[in-house]
Design a protein around this ligand. Structure first.
Ligand SMILES: C[S@@+](CC[C@H](N)C(=O)[O-])C[C@H]1O[C@@H](n2cnc3c(N)ncnc32)[C@H](O)[C@@H]1O
Length: 304
């Protein structure tokens, strides 16, 4: 008789001879698992020819090997493919989590900006600043140092769909947020320019008005900036500068301005004149809030 523990010469033959499956396979194979789990349903004895066929096919296609467990051991290629799939899956999960985090941060920032700007609308008199630009429908207006577009977004409906707002900033991130905000508000007449600290990269004679709000104090190279603004304006075009200085001590030199986020109106007026502008008006106390250590001033100038 055949010893079921010993290696069999041909597994298929075992089935034909009515020995069933070898003991080793009973322990390890799926087939034997089925035989164990439901012997009545998967008994091969009444159908020896079927068992033979299955086992012959399995042996021929390498699923079942002599002396080897039925569960196929993954070879190097299978393992590599498995590793690739796991890696791709993990990269996919990482990308989804990353994109969700970016989306969440973006939406939070947009909400926070709206909230801050609603508060600024109450005290900063943005309507009066915009009015000083004397804009007409169809005009081209520049918001120089636009940031995320507190003023640029207000200027858009003033010049209408035949006009345009050119928002310039030296930082790309605020310009990206501005573009998203303009898109969400369907303000299609707003364009952005990534400027340089000494050059806003505006076209010569292209603009009707330029606004520099809360930005002049950050200019590190005011003279070339004013020269470029002058060149970009049409004759009669307006330049409106809104900024602030310390209530207590007047800024003496240009270096102090950017460092302390303030600049003296007198200094800016002198620089504007030197660049060739005519001063139309100068309000020293445009915004004067008792609890604010800064006083906001407004200068309106024009290219002759
Ligand atoms: C304090 S924020 C004011 C933004 C906006 N005007 C407002 O009132 O909300 C000043 C902005 O000016 C930009 N800026 C500084 N120097 C600049 C330059 N030379 N040309 C263009 N933008 C400049 C800064 O990147 C910043 O976004």
């Amino acid at each position: 008789m055949h010893d079921s523990h010993a290696p069999t010469p041909d597994l298929a033959e075992d089935a034909v001879m009515g020995n069933g499956l070898p003991h080793r396979l009973r322990r390890r194979s799926h087939l034997v698992g089925m035989v164990r789990g439901s012997p009545a349903r998967v008994n091969l004895r009444p159908l020896p020819w079927l068992g033979t066929c299955i086992l012959r096919l399995a042996t021929r296609h390498g699923i079942l090997k002599h002396g080897a467990p039925m569960k196929p051991v993954p070879d190097a290629e299978v393992q590599r493919a498995y590793r690739v799939r796991i890696t791709l899956f993990l990269i996919g999960v990482f990308l989804v989590v990353f994109l969700l985090a970016v989306l969440y941060r973006g939406i939070s920032t947009l909400n926070a900006l709206d909230q801050v700007e609603r508060e600024r609308d109450v005290w900063q008199r943005p309507g009066d600043g915009v009015e000083a630009l004397a804009l007409k429908d169809g005009n081209v207006v520049v918001d120089l140092g636009s940031g995320v577009g507190h003023f640029a977004l207000k200027l858009s409906p003033v010049v209408g769909k035949h006009g345009s707002v050119v928002a310039v900033d030296i930082l790309k991130e605020p310009l990206l947020f501005l573009s998203i905000r303009a898109f969400l508000r369907n303000q299609r007449n707003l364009h952005t320019i990534h400027g340089q600290p000494d050059n806003p990269r505006l076209q010569t004679g292209s603009s009707d008005a330029v606004l520099i709000a809360n930005t002049y104090h950050e200019f590190t190279q005011a003279k070339p900036m004013l020269d470029h603004v002058f060149q970009s304006l049409k004759s009669g075009g307006r330049l409106v500068i809104l900024d602030h200085e310390l209530r207590s001590a007047r800024t003496e030199s240009r270096e102090i301005g950017p460092q302390h986020h303030e600049v003296a109106a007198e200094l800016v007026e002198a620089e504007t004149r030197r660049a060739g502008f005519e001063i139309i008006s100068h309000q020293d106390r445009f915004i004067d809030r008792p609890n604010d250590e800064h006083v906001w001033w407004l200068i309106v100038a024009q290219r002759p």
